[in-house]
Ligand binder design. Sequence first.
Ligand code: SF4
Length: 351
Amino acid sequence: MTPGNAIPSAVDIILAHARRERWKNRWLTIGEMPFSIRQSSLRTYHNCKRKAFYSLVAGEKGGLRPAYFIIGSMVHYVLESMLKHGSRPTPATLELKLDELRAEDEYDLDMTNTEFVARMFDTDAFYGMSLMDICNMIVVWLEAGGYEVKVSEKRWDVVVGNVAFQGTIDVLATRNIDGRVYNIIADFKAGGIADRFLGKGSCKAVSYRDEEVTQSNQLQMYDWAMYRLHGAKAHRYAYITPVNLVPNATGKNKGKPRGDLMFDQPAVTLDQLLSYEDDLFAMVKEIEYSRIHNSWPRLRPEVFGKLDCLRCPHKVACLGIRELNTGGADVGTGGVAHTNLPPHLRGVTLT
Ligand code: SF4
C-alpha cells in the first residue's frame, strides 16, 4: 500500500487495475456468442428461443414490421434532433429519415413518406395537436422541470471477451432537487399513439407503477453499462410517455392531458445493480447453452392465455400454415413436418 501522498508504485497501479477489471473474469469464460446482447434480444430469447434463432441467429426478418415501430423511431428521431441540436427537423429531413428506416426494414404501413410527414404536422391527428407539437412540448416540459439533458440517443457498447452488449440511452440528464444534483437515465416510450396517428383508433394512455420504473430490466441494463464503462451510477430512472400529453377528446377531462408525461423514480442501489449483473450473466450463460447444443425450442408464448405466436413474424416458417379440420379424424394426427422449414433452417434441433 502506498502511504500518504506518495507516488503509487508500479505494483500498486497493477493491483488497482486488476481490482477494477476483476468483474470481467467470469464473462471471459463465455465462448462465441451468436448475437449481440441488447435488452430486446434478451426479451426475444426469453419470449421464445426459436424466435431468437430465426431473428437473431439466422437473421430472418419474417413478415412485415408493425407500423408502430416506424412511428416510434420517428418520435425518437425528432426528439433527438430537438434535444441535441435545439431545432426540429424539416419535412425534407424527415422524409430522408423515413427512406433510411424503410431501406432497413419493411413495415406494414400503407402511407407514402410524404403522407407520413404531412401526418406528423397534422394538428387533427391528436385532437388539436400534431406529433411535432407533442415532441416540442416534451422538450419544453423537460426544461421547465429542471431536467438538464446532457446526452440524448447515446449508443453504448460494453464488450467483454466474446460478449458484446449494446444499447441506446434516450436521455441522460441531471436534475437539481432541493440543492442536490441527481443523474437520471430516461427512456421515451412512444406506445399508444400509433392507432390514432394511422387514423385507425384512439390514443391509449400509458402508465407505470413506481416499481415498474425502478425494477425495469431495460433501465437497469443501461445503468449497468454506464457503471461498467464509466464507473458512474444513476440516481434515478424515468420513462417519458408522449401519448399522455394528448388531450382527452371527451368527458369531464376534455382538453386535459391523459396522464403524467414522466414517471421518474429512484434507481436501484449499487448492490441491487450488481445483483442484476448476476442475473445478466446467468441469462447469457443460457444463450451460450443454446448455441453449444443447437437448442432453440419453440416456447409457444402466451399473453394472458392467448397464443402470442399469432403476432410472431416467423409463425409461418415456424408453425406452418395449418388448416385444421375440426370435425374430421385428422385432428391431432398431422402436425408440421420439419421439412416445412426453409432448407437452410433444417437440421436445427427441434425440441
Ligand atoms: S411462432 Fe411461436 S413458437 Fe414459433 S418462433 Fe414464433 S413465437 Fe416461437
